[in-house]
Design a protein around this ligand. Structure first.
Ligand SMILES: [Zn+2]
Length: 334
């Protein structure tokens, strides 16, 4: 039961800096020369593209930086099973994390109510909600024995995984899309997407991934999510927005069953490394902004919006809860 001991071990050496630990993992992957959330396209594999990582017990999708962290694991790439769980969640259902399996650390914000007395001692004082970042460990379904086999949703159950979904989302966004030329871009001043004709792309999926990326930029328009698009090419603000759009299109693509395979220019990777090394909260901000943009884009698909509403998803933007009580989430990162 080596795994059990490792998963449950609390940090004996004082509180861990989860911001730094998460940043270090992503930086290490970027330093290896590839964006870790990239998921290459395998021709004909659409039906087996894994969906968004979700909790095996609650069915809720992981969000924000957790969606990024779980999507970039080898296990997420190796199977179409998107289910993850804590050691305790598996045990409570009679499933068993196999001995020797390594868990994947993720994080959640615990909200603490801090009562502040007024300085002059008069009046009621105020209660401030303070977010505290905590870590916990989850295991992929492939690391767990006795868990029921996963059956991926059919296209009837998940109609947003049909090939026409990305264009439907763009059409319903109200953002104009002009086709032609040889560049894909979003014009913030004129608020339109320019994209080469679909036939100019390697595959229809490549075209879909590209229009999702450009729509992610368009989500920043002041009439939508009002994100800063003032950065000039080569600036920090520009590469930060590029990171947000990249993460957004991967999140949306994952839900839609698309690859996350837009080639990143090496200069982007370098600029993201600079942003992340400088600010250990940057990737958290980028992932939260991407989650917001992904929520906006996915809500444009009527079937997805209906399903999400009935599942109660989409709240707690910055609270990637472990989908269970907080006590079961105390396992520290091994
Ligand atoms: Zn872009």
């Amino acid at each position: 039961m080596a795994r059990n001991a490792t998963a449950r071990r609390s940090s004996g050496s004082g509180p861990q800096d989860h911001y730094q630990a998460v940043t270090d993992r992503i930086v290490a992957a970027l330093e290896a020369g590839t964006a870790p959330w990239r998921r290459p396209w395998v021709a004909g594999a659409r039906t087996t593209m894994p969906g968004m990582p979700c909790n095996a017990v609650s069915g809720r999708a992981y969000r924000g930086v957790n969606a990024v962290l779980l999507s970039m694991t080898g296990m997420a790439h190796a199977s179409d099973d998107p289910r993850w769980m804590t050691y305790r969640q598996a045990a409570e259902r009679g499933w068993q994390v196999r001995a020797g399996e390594h868990g994947t650390p993720v994080v959640f914000f615990k909200r603490l109510n801090v009562h502040e007395r007024p300085e002059d001692g008069e009046g009621e004082g105020v209660v401030r909600r303070v977010p505290l970042l905590r870590g916990f460990t989850v295991f992929h379904a492939s690391q767990v024995d006795h868990i029921p086999a996963y059956s991926a949703p059919t296209l009837d159950e998940a109609p947003w995984r049909k090939p026409e979904a990305p264009e439907l989302i763009v059409a319903r966004s109200g953002v104009r899309m002009r086709t032609g030329g040889n560049q894909a871009f979003y014009s913030p001043t004129l608020d339109f997407i320019g994209v080469p004709v679909a036939a100019a792309f390697r595959s229809p999926e490549d075209f879909s991934a590209t229009i999702l990326h450009e729509l992610a930029h368009a989500s920043a328009h002041e009439s939508r999510l009002n994100r800063d698009l003032s950065g000039r090419f080569g600036s920090r603000a520009y590469s930060f927005e590029e990171l947000i759009a990249e993460l957004t299109s991967c999140m949306v693509g994952t839900v839609l069953g698309l690859p996350c395979d837009v080639e990143n220019h090496a200069s982007y990777l370098q600029s993201w490394l600079e942003v992340l090394r400088e600010d250990r909260r940057a990737v958290f901000r980028a992932a939260a902004a991407a989650q917001k943009a992904a929520d906006w884009m996915l809500a444009l698909h009527p079937d997805y919006a209906r399903a999400a509403a009935s599942a109660g998803d989409g709240q707690d933007d910055d609270v990637p809860t472990p989908a269970g009580s907080t006590t079961e989430a105390q396992g520290e990162a091994p």
